[in-house]
Ligand binder design. Sequence first.
Ligand code: DLL
Length: 436
Amino acid sequence: MAERYYQREIETMPSEQLKKQQDEKLVRQVRHVFNDVPYYRAKMEEKGVTPDDIEGVKDLYKLPFLSKDDLRETYPYGMLAVPLSDCVRIQSTSGTTGKRVIAYYTQHDVDLWDECCARAIVAAGGTRDDVVQVCYGYGLFTGGPGLNGGSHKVGSLTLPMSSGNTERQIQFMMDLKATILCCTPSYAAYIGESLAERGYKPEDNELKAGIFGAEPWTEEMRRGIEKSLGIKAYDIYGLTETSGPGVAFECREQKGMHINEDHFLAEIIDPDTGEVLPDGQKGELVFTSLDKEAFPLLRYRTRDICVLDRTPCPCGRTHVRMAKPMGRSDDMLIIRGVNVFPSQIETVLLHEGYAPNYRIEVDRVNNSDTFDVFVELLPEQFSDTVSAITAMERKLSDALRLMLGISPKVHLVPPKSIERSEGKAKRVIDKRKLHE
Ligand code: DLL
């Protein structure tokens, strides 16, 4: 089947032409923030750079970085780049620590964001004939409103379900014959599990695709969801600060997510030194929004660790691809001096045949780190003897040691004993923080 695009001309624009547009937009955006956001002007002046120093993308490195701390410091209105009366919406991060970050949108910004989400939906096979069930949270979280807006642009029938109430999700999915499911991967896995419990087989639903993001998920998890729902699962990435979901999305090739480079410039930097790294090297992802009006961020440090790939994509899109983020630099656990990403643990669990229902607990006892991984047994394993389960725990612990370089204590626990997530899963409990 021929590849479909929501905005063919933009998505397949020759690189030279795209680069020229980016240069022009960047020059304009830098002037906009310098003139209209005193905080930015001060930061640029501190670094000795003026808009005249920025002639295009080649000069991006001259600009100062912006971090979440800057956004917290300027809460609530300090980063606003247009009069408040021009804004039509806010969204906000979940803000588990410190102040929330508030993102502002003009109508132009909302349209731009919705278009990015529409590109993701069309890349996943969406058309005006589809029924798109959006079970990302609605409200301050960007997931629901973003995919909702994208689905409207495509002209699909949109089911604005929000997250939770799984019983109702399943009823609407079946009765209204939803064809595209949008939610976090952990909630998709839970919906798959809930359908099976109710006796539904994967072929009983009309779903053809899922658009899942907002949290790290592994290839193994993708395969599990695809099997349980009978669909093709697509990744989507974004963050509140850059508008929400749709900054990048997967095409049918699924070799990384295309970044909507007409709106967002991406760089990879060394998180320790701030040095810009060449394409292909792993580091922290940094975004510059080229044409957002109300809340335009220049060189925003996402803390997401990933790699950029500029090799041509057979789908015809010319925009750069980002690999699945391995997790945020601040999600990384340092246990007995070793760096551990929860996604590495998930890879091993799924590879060893367990479901993605697990919890990681880290603590410090007598000045030494403890590292426990609780993993649910599958219902058919639950009846195994104690000695069989002890042997399975040992096998899993060995597999984790091979991946991580350190051994966790593995606890296989009864099915359904680990809480399911309807939004972003919370899999890590680091009790060491309580002692600080
Ligand atoms: O999670 C926006 C979103 C909604 C993206 C729905 C995709 C789908 P925040 O709550 O601000 O925004 O969290 C942003 O989530 O910096 C990443 O660490 C993580 N994240 C988002 N998408 C992915 C993904 C939304 N596909 C933070 N893979 C980001 C891995 C992701 N991590």
